[in-house]
Ligand binder design. Structure first.
Ligand SMILES: C[S@@+](CC[C@H](N)C(=O)[O-])C[C@H]1O[C@@H](n2cnc3c(N)ncnc32)[C@H](O)[C@@H]1O
Length: 273
């Protein structure tokens, strides 16, 4: 498992690179964390865990809904930003450094467990699904949001992948969490019947160049990839592929770059027996 430990150290550094919070604000994506919380339904006083919470996309709205919320993430730098955002929002949240594959909580500890664009980026998806279910109380509710392979974000990750370091063989494909049949299999036999909904969030950037710049200077995985590509003289090809991608996705004839990003909402309730 040495490779796994080393991989997680690399991931932690990667997600701390760039400025994730600035990217989220540019994309308006904090609205999707609120949407996930709304879809799963958080009631005052309920215990809530946000897995791979990053800068608090779902953590903060869950606390605003009255939940006693804990956010857990691999990357301390992002947890620090989550704490600052919570203070500005006037809510209290507990934050904990930890791994989605080995959650540092007792069995059945939470009435609600959510993950927005988080579980998909942990390497072994069955291990993560089992952990989400383990910490969920009987009768507790689960809500997960993930990018689908079919939407604009799917195209985005496919365009970037050839320019990024090849992930180790034990890393499951992140976009799997965006496919109903794949997720159904992950939760087979866990006692959490699932329902699914595909939804969209429209992302706008002022121009194609601004979109390329946003993702390659703010989003950790691509920022790291760009730095490596620049060092190795591969950046022009990487930049050209991203430029072509955003030109193709754009629905506004170049005045700005606007595209609908599709995500899969997975909702479920854990059996009581
Ligand atoms: C795309 S961000 C999503 C963050 C946040 N949930 C949101 O909706 O903005 C992916 C997050 O997964 C975290 N992450 C990646 N692998 C992880 C793991 N094995 N355990 C916990 N967090 C992990 C990263 O640190 C990062 O915060």
């Amino acid at each position: 498992m040495h490779g796994l430990t080393a991989h997680k150290q690399v991931e932690r550094r990667t997600w701390a690179t760039g400025d994730y919070d600035a990217m989220m604000r540019t994309e308006g994506l904090y609205a999707v964390g609120a949407r996930l919380v709304d879809a799963v339904g958080v009631h005052p006083g309920e215990t809530v865990l946000d897995v791979a919470c990053g800068t608090g996309n779902a953590t903060i709205p869950a606390a605003q809904a009255g939940g006693q919320v804990t956010g857990v993430d691999l990357t301390p730098e992002l947890l620090e930003v989550a704490g600052q955002r919570a203070t500005r929002a006037g809510v209290e949240i507990a934050l904990r450094e930890g791994d989605a594959e080995q959650l540092p909580f007792d069995d059945g500890h939470f009435e609600v467990v959510v993950s927005s664009f988080g579980s998909m980026f942990a390497p072994r998806h069955e291990v993560v699904a089992d952990e989400l279910v383990r910490v969920l109380a009987p009768g507790g509710r689960l809500g997960v949001a993930s990018w689908t392979p079919d939407g604009a974000m799917g195209e985005f990750f496919r365009a970037a992948a050839p320019h990024l370091p090849t992930p180790p063989a034990f890393v499951d494909p992140p976009l799997g969490w965006g496919q109903e049949t794949y997720v159904q299999e992950l939760f087979e036999g866990t006692g959490v019947p699932l329902r699914f909904a595909r939804e969209h969030w429209t992302i706008t950037h002022p121009s194609v160049a601004a979109a390329v710049e946003c993702y390659t200077t703010l989003f950790g995985p691509l920022t790291t990839g760009r730095q490596l590509a620049e060092d190795e003289g591969r950046w022009p090809a990487f930049e050209a592929d991203l430029t072509a991608l955003f030109e193709g996705l754009d629905t506004t004839d170049g005045r700005e770059v606007t595209f609908p990003a599709e995500y899969l909402l997975v909702l479920g309730t854990k059996d009581r027996s």
